[in-house]
Design a binder for this molecule. Structure first.
Ligand SMILES: O=P(O)(O)OC[C@H]1O[C@H](O)[C@H](O)[C@@H](O)[C@@H]1O
Length: 302
């Protein structure tokens, strides 16, 4: 069976050998295994901390948590009672359907609607659906956000939100380079005194020191490479991108981070996180990303 649902998770298997695993909790992708031309056996492409909680008691430290409707601490009045990064990553989503099941891709849809628990902290009408698609060398995730308000009032009952895919890309963190981010404006969240905006001077961005940078109006087409491997990331409607690695400086203070875990991943997170996306009643917004295996050695010349 290309799609298997066990109690709390969904397993996708592509006929060419790649696999993915999705928890209903947070709709979090916790595993994506894919081969490349040099390694014909599929291997893990995402990082999940060995100390991560997978039982629904805490957002998963790793994989691809879905951030909605706020990124970081809430700044919008509609989000004032929410935790950091919102509720989508810490609610149990519903299984919806198999969207596609052929050589082109194996694809499933999960959904999240207001529950009493959500409404107690976020009283806005919405419907989320999340489509995860596995191809031989690719994983795509699409978040559909619908404003389900039927209000005819003026001004309209807008749904205002931020959204982001918090990808923990498994990689030798001390050796990765991410590009193209040069000349982009970014906020440096590691700096308690002056966050910016600053301008990125580097052709290839590394994470050898504690990094938490929010790039604005980015190209939505990136590569993270290291000697012997890499992942390409393309996004749609996610104009910003965050690069995060806590290193020991901040990582050693994260309770569910395994020792030295920061050496084994870089977070490359496409999102709409500067300002707010705003949709009218009845309207749907779609944010999408495609993660692709890079097959050949593609080291930047810096
Ligand atoms: O610990 P979490 O709530 O999962 O957040 C983990 C990280 O997420 C993003 O990358 C933010 O830019 C960071 O500031 C934050 O530390």
């Amino acid at each position: 069976m290309p799609v298997e649902q066990t109690g709390d998770r969904i397993i996708l298997k592509h006929p060419k050998g790649s696999t993915a695993e999705n928890l209903l909790y947070g709709a979090t992708v916790i595993s994506w295994k894919a081969a490349d031309k040099r390694h014909p056996e599929p291997f893990e492409r995402l990082f999940v901390s060995s100390k991560a909680f997978l039982d629904g008691s805490k957002p998963v430290r790793g994989g691809i948590p879905v951030v909605f409707p706020c990124f970081g601490s809430p700044t919008h009045p509609d989000h004032s009672r929410l935790n950091q990064h919102g509720f989508a990553r810490s609610e149990v989503w519903k299984w919806d359907s198999v969207v596609m099941d052929n050589e082109a891709g194996v694809s499933v849809r999960l959904a999240l609607e207001p529950t009493a628990k959500i409404t107690a902290v976020y009283n806005k009408p919405f419907h989320l659906s999340y489509v995860v698609t596995l191809a031989e060398h690719q994983l795509s995730t699409d978040l559909h956000v619908k404003n389900t308000s039927t209000s005819q009032d003026f001004p309209p009952d807008f749904l205002e939100f931020q959204a982001l895919f918090h990808n923990y890309v498994r990689a030798p963190a001390s050796e990765v380079l991410i590009h193209p981010l040069q000349n982009l404006k970014y906020l440096d969240k590691t700096n308690p005194v002056f966050q910016g905006p600053k301008i990125e001077a580097r052709a290839g961005v590394d994470v050898r020191t504690y990094t938490d940078s929010v790039y604005e109006d980015a190209p939505q087409n990136y590569e993270v490479t290291w000697p012997g491997g890499g992942i390409a990331l393309r996004s749609v409607n996610l104009k910003d991108v965050v690069v995060w690695n806590p290193r020991a400086e901040a990582g050693s203070k994260i309770g569910d981070m395994e020792d030295g875990g920061w050496e084994r991943y870089v977070c490359l997170e496409p999102g709409f996180v500067r300002g707010f996306e705003k949709i009218e009643p009845g309207r749907t917004w779609i944010g999408q990303q495609v993660l692709s295996v890079i097959h050949e050695e593609r080291r930047m010349n810096l």
